[in-house]
Design a protein around this ligand. Structure first.
Ligand code: NAD
Length: 427
């Protein structure tokens, strides 16, 4: 059992802290957000993440997990401190390290001799070195800084923690790396021990590669649409090749979330600073921007104008099983519809509200009287919805499916017009 502090209680910090407590460690999670900490102290989980609420409450009851706004308390006696604060994007697309710097500077005031500092936040290659110099300039203590990027996926975060594909440990000090391995001792996940810069690059390169796979299949889907092919069949055939693999070959209205968009942009900036422009990745981002507009473009082609149209937007979260709407394609779709003077209303099973559009948790309610429905997130409550519902509730049953939840054949004999991605429309 180790005494551990985790700075930041967002998706990564809260999942990491809770799961480390489940491994038997004594964990204190710290955040500057007082409301968040007080609700966590009461056992309320602020995130929609399957299984997290239950695990959080059981660890609180067992006294292995604590929450605090007082860094000094959390850090005193801690053998290891995980940094899991946000690294949002600056205006130029580079990573904003101010939260990391702030956390490190505060930490330097209270850290014990010999403490291990573990960078979990996604940071540009070279940040580990920066963290060391920030610490050295403010503290006389001895410490080690290890890079340990996080690969969890929102919606399956607990499974990813306990049964992940790899644990990457970037350290220049063998003992520091071994100490972190000791923290993860109970996990059977394969380890990769490397230097800090390579560890930082593994995270960026992995996200950039997955984003590239998505934009690649979206490009193929546009060509399929023009030529008359079926992207689902094409993706299936490609994915059967074990060198390619079937994951991340789903054509749709593009990637969103708090990681892929910002991490791809940050890597483009990192590359630019080295004097080697990452042209491929810049194009991946351009393709994604175009893809986010796809459903509105299709609707404009179909109607000429969307002015006054009541549009049911189905799904707000950037992917199913999360309430995260950061960079969600649904959000930009709604904003575009509003610019075109259409009237969007959104359905999502877990996102309760957004400031600029009415939201309901009843799919029937948003479909009733709608002229057009647009699927943005492949929630099962949307994909499993009987087609009868579109036929019986909408004013005109016209469906634009941005996630290929249905197959065109499902519409045979139906009074529904169906447009999807990379396949022929059913009219
Ligand atoms: P988040 O924005 O949800 O949470 C960050 C938290 O840190 C917030 O609660 C904020 O109040 C807190 N914070 C900021 N400064 C602080 C300080 N000085 N002291 C204490 N708390 C502070 O972020 P997230 O989604 O958890 O992501 C964190 C990092 O992990 C980012 O670098 C992100 O790129 C990376 N990451 C995220 C995911 C994901 O799926 N969300 C996956 C892998 C990696």
């Amino acid at each position: 059992m180790k005494k551990i502090a985790v700075i930041g209680t967002g998706y990564v910090g809260l999942v990491t802290g809770t799961c480390l407590a489940s491994l038997g460690h004594k964990v204190t999670c710290v955040d500057i957000d007082e409301k968040r900490i007080s609700s966590l102290q009461d056992g309320h989980c602020p995130l929609h993440e399957p299984g997290l609420s239950h695990l959080l409450q059981s660890n609180l009851l067992e006294n292995r997990l604590q929450f605090s706004t007082v860094l000094k308390e959390a850090v005193q006696g801690a053998e290891a401190v995980f940094i899991a604060v946000g690294t949002p994007e600056n205006n130029d697309g580079s990573a904003d390290l101010s939260y990391v710097k702030n956390a490190v500077e505060n930490l330097s005031l209270y850290i014990n001799d010999g403490t291990l500092i573990i960078i979990k936040s996604t940071v540009p290659p070279g940040t580990n070195q920066k963290v060391q110099s920030w610490m050295q300039s403010r503290s006389e203590r001895t410490f080690h800084v290890v890079s340990n990027p996080e690969f969890l996926r929102e919606g399956s975060a607990l499974n990813d923690f306990f049964y992940g594909d790899r644990i990457v440990i970037g350290s220049t000090d063998l003992k520091a790396g071994q100490f972190l391995e000791e923290i993860y001792r109970k996990l059977k996940t394969p380890r990769l021990l490397t230097d800090p810069l390579s560890a930082e690059m593994i995270k960026y390169a992995s996200n950039a590669f997955l984003a590239t796979k998505i934009s690649f299949i979206n490009e193929i889907s546009s060509i399929c649409e023009k030529l008359g092919g079926d992207i689902e069949q094409v993706a299936q055939g490609m994915g059967m090749d074990s060198r390619i693999g079937e994951q991340f070959l789903r054509a749709g209205i593009g990637f969103g979330g708090s990681c892929f968009p910002k991490d791809t942009k940050a890597l483009v900036q990192v590359a630019k600073e080295t004097g080697h422009p990452f042209k491929l990745l810049s194009t991946v981002m351009d393709v994604n921007e175009r893809q986010k507009n796809l459903l509105v473009e299709k609707a404009l082609k179909r109607y000429g104008s969307l002015k006054g149209k009541n549009v049911a937007v189905l799904g707000l979260a950037f992917k199913p099983n999360t309430d995260d709407i950061r960079e969600s394609p649904a959000v930009s779709l709604i904003q575009r519809l509003q610019k075109l003077e259409a009237n969007p209303t959104a359905y999502d099973p877990v996102v309760k509200s957004i400031p600029f559009c009415p939201v309901s948790d009843s799919i029937h309610e948003v479909l009733t009287g709608a002229d057009i429905a647009m699927i943005c997130t492949e929630w099962s409550s949307i994909c499993d919805l009987s087609l009868d519902v579109y036929e019986t509730t909408m004013k005109e049953a016209v469906l634009f499916d941005g996630r290929n939840c249905y197959a065109p054949e499902d519409f045979e004999g139906r009074n529904i017009e169906y447009h999807s991605v990379g396949r022929q429309a059913y009219e």
